[in-house]
Design a protein around this ligand. Structure first.
Ligand SMILES: Cc1cc2nc3c(=O)[nH]c(=O)nc-3n(C[C@H](O)[C@H](O)[C@H](O)COP(=O)(O)OP(=O)(O)OC[C@H]3O[C@@H](n4cnc5c(N)ncnc54)[C@H](O)[C@@H]3O)c2cc1C
Length: 204
């Protein structure tokens, strides 16, 4: 008899923790499969340190493949696009469709059958809910490691301007009212104030 297949969508704090514990608890009794589009795990809370240049992106990211290989978890670097919990057409067993994000295989279609599904794809960054917000608009972000790195570069430029005597005004906040990362914004404000003082650019 084939082993039950447990598919975990997403390798953030929820998905990665679920997959690791499922494998530890179920061992060889089940196949644990992770489907997630990024090759790395990002410890998101520490992005606030990347955003002021005190940590590098490589210090908040680590590659998932070697860990899953060691743990005996199958990893598909792919983005789930459609769930078929009751199968589809002739195929009456649950499966999902995904598209590969693996370098050199981008867009290739995957069909992943499952018996149990953990959906841990996390929140959607909804910059578009606030016109003009976000890295593609007129603000910076620390929501992902690359965003935070960009914010850090912008801070370096602002500090240079301040040192040349230009007055800079920083507005730190969150977007749409339903977003729940006010804690991160508060932490970033504290980091920013500390860092401006440390670089001799703040006025206190
Ligand atoms: C800067 C910042 C600081 C924070 N600090 C704190 C803190 O100090 N304490 C705290 O409790 N919380 C904090 N948070 C909130 C916390 O980071 C989130 O609540 C947490 O990351 C949510 O985890 P998650 O696994 O549900 O989602 P995520 O971490 O967003 O993970 C989602 C995963 O799903 C993947 N995925 C997305 N779409 C698909 C798809 N279609 N198919 C497959 N996979 C997909 C993603 O690539 C990712 O791997 C902070 C957030 C930010 C932005």
């Amino acid at each position: 008899m084939s082993r039950p297949r447990v598919v975990v969508l997403g390798a953030g704090v929820a998905g990665h923790t679920s997959a690791s514990f499922l494998k530890r608890w179920l061992g060889d009794q089940a196949e644990v499969i992770v489907v997630s589009p990024r090759p790395d795990y990002n410890w998101i809370p520490s992005n606030i340190w990347v955003g002021v240049g005190l940590l590098k992106p490589s210090q908040v990211l680590f590659p998932l493949s070697p860990i899953y290989e060691r743990e005996g978890i199958t990893f598909h670097q792919a983005r789930a696009t459609v769930l078929h919990p009751e199968g589809h057409g002739e195929d009456l067993k649950p499966f999902l469709e995904a598209e590969s994000t693996l370098e050199g295989h981008e867009g290739e279609a995957l069909k992943v059958p499952y018996d149990f599904l953990v959906n841990a794809t996390g929140p959607k960054l909804a910059f578009e809910a606030t016109p003009g917000l976000g890295p593609k608009g007129h603000s910076l972000s620390v929501c992902t490691a690359p965003h935070a790195e960009e914010a850090s570069r912008a801070l370096d430029e602002a500090v240079e301007r301040m040192k040349r005597g230009e007055r800079q005004r920083f507005l730190v906040g969150t977007g749409h009212g339903t977003c729940t990362c006010q804690g991160a914004a508060f932490e970033y404000i504290v980091n920013l104030e500390f860092e401006l003082r440390a670089r001799g650019a703040g006025q206190g």
